[in-house]
Design a protein around this ligand. Structure first.
Ligand code: NDP
Length: 285
């Protein structure tokens, strides 16, 4: 079994982006700029935003943080997004999810200019991806595709199973794999015989949110497993928690040819692809 080292792949991608930012600067362009909007005090969201801002700084990308209290009115958030859409100094806009329950997240996503939508969640970008047009692709599935292509090369004809059909991971992942000419199956909570679907797959992308659900005995020997899941579980010792994926790593490592670890697999690629999308937005501005 070969470990797919997402951390190392992400470090290379971030270094390439930093080089491109320097080249832009040398040609007289200002640094790419990302506006990050964080509403409320969800602790996980604060960690994600902090990591994204640190990664921007390291790559020479300017980030502008807009923090608002949890009781922010939806109209005020929409007005902030509108002002960022109009701001020529802002290339990319990221509204950290989840938003407080009184705010309609879909409405906010739809308010972001598709040309600044570096998360790739706007329906226009989802439509571009689904129809094979160029646009912004959600960072997590884009990172998964990069890992698959650098591990396997050409994906043409490969049997790929995507488990999960969310707009953030599963659906865009399926679209990317179709465009890469894989033969794609999408499974979800209503699918029958998930182990049987897994056994046929050369590639399994698990984006479910259920700790270690996917067992080693379900996998086809020699397959490639991308584990998107991030689940916090209690340590066996009873004190503290640890992160596990949607795949039972120790079992899967016995059967698969290539597998991403959790942490250190897909997560670092997600942030690197956010930088890539921000650079792309700046280049198209
Ligand atoms: P969602 O909850 O939006 O979607 C989960 C999907 O899994 C749904 O389509 C659901 O089916 C399906 N599902 C649930 N239970 C089963 C089951 N028993 N068998 C088969 N399918 C099932 O989650 P996300 O897509 O947002 O995230 C998935 C995981 O990835 C989470 O652990 C999340 O933390 C992680 N994640 C990691 C990121 C990273 O950077 N590494 C980024 C984003 C997410 P149905 O549609 O029928 O309900």
């Amino acid at each position: 079994m070969m470990l797919i080292d997402g951390k190392a792949h992400a470090a290379r991608l971030r270094a390439d982006i930093a080089q491109a930012v320097i080249a832009r600067g040398a040609a007289g362009a200002r640094a790419p700029a990302l506006a990050v909007v964080l509403v409320g005090d969800d602790p996980a969201s604060h960690v994600y935003v902090r990591n994204k801002i640190a990664a921007c700084a390291e790559a020479g990308i300017t980030s502008i943080e807009h923090r608002r209290d949890a009781d922010l009115a939806e109209a005020e958030l929409l007005a902030l997004v509108e002002s960022l859409n109009r701001d020529a100094q802002v290339d990319g806009i990221l509204v950290q999810l989840p938003l407080p329950a009184h705010i309609d997240a879909q409405k906010v996503i739809a308010a972001i200019s598709p040309d600044k939508d570096v998360d790739g969640f706007h329906p226009v970008n989802a439509g571009r991806l689904a129809t094979g047009l160029d646009g912004f692709v959600p960072c997590t599935p884009l990172g998964c595709l990069r890992l698959l292509e650098s591990t396997l090369g050409d994906l043409t004809g490969a049997e790929a199973l995507v488990i999960g059909r969310s707009n953030i991971v599963g659906r865009p992942m399926a679209s990317l794999l179709i465009s890469a000419s894989a033969t794609v199956t999408v499974a979800h909570s209503r699918s029958r015989d998930l182990p049987g679907l897994c056994r046929r797959a050369d590639i399994v992308v698990a984006a479910v949110g259920r700790p270690e659900m996917l067992r080693g005995s379900w996998l086809k020997p020699g397959s490639t497993v991308i584990d998107v899941g991030i689940n916090r579980v209690a340590k066996e010792s009873g004190t503290g928690t640890r992160l596990v994926g949607d795949v039972c790593f120790t079992e899967a490592a016995e059967v698969a040819a290539h597998i991403t670890p959790v942490p250190g697999g897909v997560g670092p690629m997600t942030i690197a692809c956010l930088l890539e999308n921000t650079l792309k937005a700046a280049s198209q501005a």
